[in-house]
Design a protein around this ligand. Sequence first.
Ligand code: HPA
Length: 232
Amino acid sequence: MSKIGIILGSGLSHFTKQLENPEIIYSELGGIHKKSVLEGRICGKTVFLFTGRNHFYETYSKDKVYRNINLAKDLNIEFLIITNAAGGLNPLYQVSDLMLIKSHINFFQKRLIEKPVQCSSDGTIRWAKDCAIRNGIKVYEGCYYASSGPVYETQSEINFLKRVKADAVGMSTIPDILRANELGIKTLGISCITNKLYSGFSVKVTHDEVVDAGAKAYRRFSEYLKNLINDY
Ligand code: HPA
């Protein structure tokens, strides 16, 4: 039976409550996000939930940045769903909407991998989209811009990102995807839109707003994750 892992982004940590017979298998204090790995069962499948991650802007240690993915490899996880909070650039996107990361733009950090890395194969995106449709859950497919953070975008950066047709921007996930790819772990990236970014006028984005919006999207997002686990 294949093992599934889910990296829970901002606002999604309550999803750990869905685990039957949870066991803490890793726990770490420190940094701005609490980090742990829990193992348990959801929809009759073995699932590992990762709360918290180390971002590139927090540390120069590759060991820390890639910790979740290296742990996933040690746990023989074959499929990782990587979730995040992201700012919405596509004018259609509203707060709480979900976006499958179909493509990405990454200029801030690369790994030496021979070929360009896609977050998910076309087949995985089709499967995830189909699962959403069958369960009446609205998801977009879009392009994620990987920002090195830690600050939110300037007005000119927002204008630029809209012009290059990025649909959402966030500060995580792409390093995870690159490392997972290197280790042969299949991935699916899902962004939860926690704030809208406008060209022409600036709205100050705050971390609290991002966390609150993540929490508001929780019900839909957690339903979708359960549907994906059940389907896999
Ligand atoms: N920009 C970058 N990262 C983010 C944002 C944003 O507006 N919202 C949530 N994560």
